[in-house]
Write a protein that binds this ligand. Structure first.
Ligand code: PLP
Length: 402
């Protein structure tokens, strides 16, 4: 049904006015199967009271920084997957992470964080420490006694990652969260590497599950986004209020693209995990490779934690050390043809990275080792291509890295 605004039908208005007020098409008798994209950022009301109610209750849509139907659909979709009371969506993973850090920490506060963190998160914590006097204690992520020893009366947050980058260490979320909860300290888990299909941190005792939606949730290297799923409705309301003030809001089209990607998340994760496990085993048997780190592979230091926490698959990221060191790592990532030399992960396409010659080029051998990165470490973010085609490509690239 097409409805005209009364102002344009009552008295024949001029083309200039008609151009500004196109008719509205309302759908009756059917529903769209695809998620509607509400790109408009501002909503009109019938009465001043209705507008005032919306401003104060937040129940209806008013202005898209405060809420948008397409963005809300994404938030509710992630909240359901994570088993959360609700979720907040952001322009990027860092927007989500910073809203959590800035929303929960204040000057003089203390945070306990896993040592091997996503680079952007580590940089932000370092910045908060230098400029706002936030104290940070780093722990391994696998030993609850370390968390217990690090707790202070001023501790405001325990921050973990399900699977760390690029070491693929797996945090013992239930054991560490239990210690923090006992002390009344909220627990945030960056669940990007696992996705809610492989791990639901809230069910393991965490309070917040964070995603760079840019990675597995969206999955197609065409959109940036971040989401925070929150278990407690009161904490959700407090963070939503803060997020609206901070303004790292999701554009509705970005939310729409993420929702489109998420419909195939279960199928993609199944393939990512199966291919990563298969390739990890083949890589471990290759003479050019000295070490393979994949949480699903025997010999991984956190194999037992991974079996408990990631029963449906250990993710799509494999980290390997080339026996030939730095030169071999560089030769390998430049020799792949099907895989792309690229940052990021969680994409349908396979991506490779050699931290020692790219993201961590400025670090010397000691600093690299402290970050858990060897000179020949390569991160392989396995895509959903046919696994035999991937192996053919990796095998020919390994031959150039011997
Ligand atoms: C990529 C990534 C981020 C940052 O997300 P952006 O969407 O790039 O801002 C945070 N955490 C992890 C684990 C990531 O991989």
């Amino acid at each position: 049904m097409i409805t005209e605004s009364p102002a344009t039908t009552d008295h024949g208005v001029r083309p200039e006015t008609l151009a500004v007020h196109p008719p509205r098409v309302e759908i009756t008798g059917s529903v769209p199967l695809g998620v509607p994209l509400h790109q408009g950022h501002v909503f009109a009301f019938e009465s001043a009271d209705a507008l005032a109610d919306s401003m104060h209750s937040g129940d209806s849509f008013l202005y898209s920084r405060m809420g948008n139907p397409t963005v809300r659909t994404l938030e509710d979709a992630v909240a359901r997957l994570e088993g959360a009371a609700g979720a907040l969506s952001f322009a990027s993973g860092m927007g989500a992470i910073n809203t959590v850090l800035l929303g929960l920490l204040s000057g003089g506060g203390h945070v306990i964080a896993q040592r091997c963190l996503y680079g952007g998160t580590y940089a932000m914590l370092t910045d908060l420490a230098a400029r706002w006097g936030v104290d940070v204690s780093y722990v391994s992520g696998t030993d609850p006694a370390e968390v217990a020893a690090a707790l202070r009366p001023t501790t405001r947050l325990l921050y973990l990652e399900t699977i760390a980058n690029p070491t693929t260490r797996v945090a013992d979320i239930p054991a560490l969260a239990a210690v923090a909860r006992e002390a009344g300290v909220p627990v945030a888990v960056d669940n990007t590497f696992a996705s809610p299909l492989l791990c639901r941190p809230l069910a393991l005792g965490a309070d917040l599950a964070i995603h760079s939606a840019t990675k597995y949730l969206a999955g197609h290297a065409d959109v940036l986004g971040g989401v925070v799923a929150v278990g407690d409705p009161e904490l959700l309301a407090r963070l939503r209020h803060f997020a609206v003030e901070l303004g790292a809001t999701t554009d509705p089209f970005a939310a729409w693209l993420t929702l489109r990607g998420m419909q195939t998340l279960p199928l993609r994760m199944e393939r990512h995990c199966a291919s990563a496990a298969d390739l990890a085993a083949r890589l471990a048997a290759h003479p050019a490779v000295s070490t393979v780190r994949y949480p699903g592979l025997d010999g991984h230091p956190d194999r037992e934690i991974a079996e408990r926490l990631l029963p449906d698959g250990a993710g799509g990221v494999v980290s390997l050390d080339l026996a030939g060191g730095r030169d071999a790592g560089r030769a390998f990532v430049e020799a792949v043809r099907l895989a792309s030399l690229s940052v990021s992960l969680g994409d349908v396409k396979t991506l490779v990275m050699h931290p020692a010659s790219t993201s961590h080029r400025q670090l010397d051998a000691a600093a690299l080792e402290a970050a858990g990165i060897g000179p020949g470490t390569v991160r392989l973010a396995v895509g959903i291509e046919h696994v035999e085609d991937l192996w053919t490509d990796l095998d020919q690239a390994l031959a150039k890295a011997l």
